[in-house]
Ligand binder design. Sequence first.
Ligand code: ADP
Ligand code: MG
Ligand code: MG
Ligand code: MG
Length: 420
Amino acid sequence: ETPAGYTAFSVDTIADYIADKPELMNRLGGDASQLKATEVGDGNLNLVFIVEGPDDTVIIKQALPYVRLVGESWPLPLKRSFFEYNALVRQAKACSVTARVPEIFLYDDAHALVAMEYLSHHIILRKGLIAGTIYPKIARDLGLFMAETLFRTSDLHMDAGEKKKDVALFSDNVELCDITESLVFTDPYHDAELNSWTTPQLDKLALGLRSDRDLKIAASQMKQRFVTHTEALVHGDLHSGSVMVNADDTRVIDPEFAFYGPMGFDVGALIANYFLSYFSQAGHEPEPGARNEYRAWILETIIETWDVFEERFRELWVNERTGVLYPRSIFEDQGDAIGAEEALNSFLKQLQEDTIGFAGAKMIRRLVGLAHVEDMQSIEDPDRRASCEAKALAMGRELLVDRAKFTGMKQLCELAKRIE
Ligand code: ADP
Ligand code: MG
Ligand code: MG
Ligand code: MG
């Protein structure tokens, strides 16, 4: 049911809506007749308008009452806009200077929309990865973003009452969690209607997932962690299409899937998308080996992202551990700083295992499930594409099944090189 008062805007109607919003008009300048709107949504779910005035430009992101990728036959509640707005507010607060979210100007619950800063000098990270562009700051920025947002929204830091209230608030994001629960953890492993893959090249591999018992159990175990661990406010969709970049600046967008879940889900999503990019490079290089340096940069970026993440997480553990978990009263306050550090090591070990398992699940679902990635889709020759995808699929399987056996990101990168 679409609530009363909601209408989906178009490039022809959005200016009249904005005309009544002084907080936007003051920024844009002029009057409604001077506003120029275009629609740029390239995502799977929502409308995104760029609205340009004489002085400035803003983004209006509006939820539709259905899944844009599929159509009106798949309804999806407008309240995802509420969760996106609330997540953006929390991420902005949790994050320091470098990596951050766009500035938010307005949230309108009735119209399920958020007005935000237009990132005119940024491009979507996925597009940059396809083009073979190096981003020197990205590992540091996203490592910090994840450490700060995840630590500071967890029971390691938050007030227990506030945390529980916030878990309750976000636990209503049922339908978007359901999308992840189905699309990531279940659909690749059975005959789900909307699955697709490069056929016939990948038929045997894709159908083989359904009888791969170790893999099905591993995917189910990761699903259990996703569903039952309210560890931190996770972005929930932190792939390379949710990051906007340029040489100097990194922004994270599109947290409509946000909920209290396992920290490793965000770190794993990002790493999965780097590995998908890694295996897609053979489909984009003009001659074999032309992108070798770029391949090496992707792997270094994965390692550095984790290193920055871990280093910042360790600092926060020491300096901002004010929540109910691992209380200082039983460690540092009794002179047992070593105990606190050992607890941290064990926490990080579990987090790394989760990260690797979620990364594997995220890779597989992008190869044989409903929503594929442009990194692979844009490889026109199906044989060439299938060859890239088969390697990524093999990697995803090993990550899921052997997630507890890896010592760290270096070892993951060694595996990627062997498979490639
Ligand atoms: P969806 O939830 O539908 O995936 P996104 O939030 O990912 O929507 O936005 C879709 C596209 O709109 C992005 O890929 C990007 O190209 C553009 N976009 C979104 N937000 C901004 C922004 N703040 N500045 C510039 N472009 C943006
Ligand atoms: Mg998106
Ligand atoms: Mg998108
Ligand atoms: Mg989205």
